[in-house]
Design a protein around this ligand. Structure first.
Ligand code: ATP
Ligand code: MG
Length: 561
């Protein structure tokens, strides 16, 4: 297996593994990442992937990719494919070790018969509502099913006929015979198999009974000789059942260990909700760049390296917490700062005519693609009499500390000349500023400042009208307008959706270097943030850029340069 580039810090799970290796309980480490293919992977899954594959790499063991595909009603091939794409993209390789719980349906069924033969499982005919009543509550013990005393022979016969398709969906189930008075509800004769006529993405119509999660999961772990079965805290209460089943079946017994799931501010992270957002068209799909899915983040421009760094940084613990989205965004900025070529883009163009620059003349400036990485080469930036600047960089009546353009103010064009705003043209009807009339200082080209000349504080980005490429830019903001939707107890998360999470700028301009940029390429638009070319272009077939993240402290940095 290729060792993934993830550095797991010390954590309690590593301690357990260290002890198990030291005591000789295990000779090697085998973990698994077990997604249910009922949706796309999200950033929470990335935590589990980095942990499971990271541990396997650290101890030179292996990590399986196992699809927990026991509920054909919700599972689809599309999800299986998307999950594989996302795990690979994150940088992890399961090699030969791709498995499916459905590969084990025959073995799991044999386990069921074994339990029946040992008198540890029975077929129950209680209708679902009654079964629920019999289950009791957290404070009251349950009641035993009247079918609990069926003989082994009768149970075996019924189970076989369940499998043969003799009974209606939902009319009977196979249950473990444990303890209806157990304080842990999961041990109150839990259901192991149900009758369900649904076509499975892999086994088709071969089966009309399907194992429940609790019966499939641990037994799959056991069949694969998983040493440490890592799951999130909500499965803590399932562990006694996990253990009971391994003991009852007398099979290899992996150790289940629970860790805290990842929660992030300003988003939701359950597949059920993400599916609702997709189905109800609050977003454009699973890979909408506002989604916390790996496919959405990839389209947005988040890098796999940044997500791995984030997973390393948040660590692995035992108490639930909500991590600030800005922690993830910081990791993205740090990575893109290293790798993204610089470019200039003007989001809301305002025309500027340089009145003292001769008509028909043009020239080119040279700028590095990356200020700290000369090996990335340079780019040429054309300049001419008409250029565009961002509307935000002009104010008609600016305050003193606005170091950009205003009437009679000077500003440096990034890599170019110092210009001065001499006049403003407005739309006679709306009063909107439509053009700036400026003059340039011919001595200051390419960032030069002649001796004795007054410095200018502000540097702004711009593009030359003649060569600029017209593009669509999509500005994304957080999916939700509140940090912690769970704290808004009586409001559905859909009421908390940020109505301004997407702004489309149909007529932005970028420098000509970017005309040939390809889907997935990221750039830093100077002063504005990081932008990634979207594979899904605009309706007008223009190149489309997604804003990945804004820059922090942009202004402070540029004022120095
Ligand atoms: P969700 O609760 O979002 O619907 P899930 O738990 O149903 O997710 P699975 O496909 O069953 O999704 O998850 C596969 C693995 O990923 C499991 O081991 C699960 O514990 C882990 N996982 C899921 N969500 C998170 C999370 N937020 N943080 C850490 N691990 C997670
Ligand atoms: Mg699950």
């Amino acid at each position: 297996m290729i060792h993934p580039p993830v550095q797991l810090g010390p954590n309690f799970i590593r301690n357990i593994v260290d002890e198990d290796l030291a005591s000789g309980k295990h000779k090697s480490v085998v973990t698994r990442f077990p997604p249910e293919p009922n949706g796309y992977l999200h950033i929470g899954h990335a935590k589990s992937i980095c942990l499971n594959f990271g541990l396997a790499a650290l101890y030179q063991g292996r990590c399986h990719l196992r699809f927990d595909d026991t509920n054909p009603v919700k599972e689809e091939q599309e999800y299986i494919d998307a999950i594989k794409t996302d795990v690979s993209w994150l940088g992890f390789d399961w090699g030969e070790n791709e498995y499916h719980a459905s590969d084990y349906f025959e073995a799991l069924y044999a386990f069921a018969e074994k339990l029946v033969e040992k008198g540890l499982a029975f077929v129950c005919d209680l209708p679902p509502e009654e079964m629920r009543e019999y289950r009791g509550t957290l404070t009251e013990p349950g009641k035993e099913s009247p079918y609990r005393s069926r003989t082994v022979g009768e149970n075996l016969d019924l189970l076989r006929r369940m499998r043969a398709g003799e009974f209606d969906d939902g009319s009977r189930v196979l249950r473990a015979k444990i303890d209806m008075a157990a304080p842990n509800m999961n041990l109150r004769d839990p259901v192991l198999y149900r009758i369900l006529r649904a076509t499975h993405p892999r086994t088709g119509d071969a089966w009309c009974i399907y194992p429940m999660y609790d019966f499939a999961h641990g037994q799959s772990d056991s069949l694969e000789q998983i040493t440490h079965s890592l799951c999130t805290l909500e499965f803590q209460d399932h562990r006694p059942l996990y253990d009971w089943l391994c003991e009852a079946l007398e099979i290899y017994h992996p150790q289940q260990i629970e860790f805290a799931r990842l929660n992030l501010t300003y988003t939701v992270m359950s597949k059920r909700r993400l599916l609702e957002l997709v189905n109800e068209k609050h977003v454009s799909g699973w890979d909408d760049p506002r989604m916390p899915t790996l496919s959405g983040m990839r389209r947005r421009g988040f890098t796999a390296a940044a997500i791995r760094t984030f997973c390393e940084r948040i660590g692995v613990g035992k108490s639930d917490s909500v991590i600030d989205m800005s922690t993830l965004e910081d990791c993205v900025r740090e990575d893109l700062d290293q790798i993204a070529p610089r470019a200039m883009g003007v989001l809301r163009p305002l025309k500027v005519t340089i009145t003292n620059y001769p008509e028909g003349q043009s020239e080119e400036f040279t700028a590095p693609k990356h200020p700290k990485k000369p090996e990335m080469g340079s780019r040429t930036i054309p300049f001419g009499r008409v250029i565009y600047v961002d509307r935000d960089d002009f104010m008609e009546d600016p305050p003193k500390n606005f170091f950009r353009l205003g009437p009679d103010r000077e500003v440096r064009l990034r890599y170019g000349y110092i210009i001065r705003c001499d006049g403003v043209i407005k739309d006679p009807v709306s009063g909107e500023v439509t053009e700036l009339r400026c003059s340039y200082d011919a001595e200051t080209g390419g960032g030069v400042l002649p001796e004795g000349r007054k410095k200018v504080k502000g540097i702004i980005h711009w593009v030359a009208a003649a060569n600029a490429v017209s593009v669509e830019v999509r500005l994304y903001d957080r999916l939700l307008s509140v940090a912690d939707p769970a704290s808004e107890k009586d409001r559905d998360y859909r009421e908390l959706l940020n109505q301004d999470s997407l702004e489309v700028l149909a007529d932005a301009l970028v420098e000509p270097e970017l005309a040939s940029a390809e889907a997935g390429e990221s750039f830093q638009f100077e002063r504005l943030g990081y932008f990634c070319v979207d594979g899904k272009g605009s309706q007008s077939d223009k190149l489309a850029f997604n804003r990945t993240v804004t820059l922090r402290d942009t202004w402070a940095k540029l004022a120095k340069g």
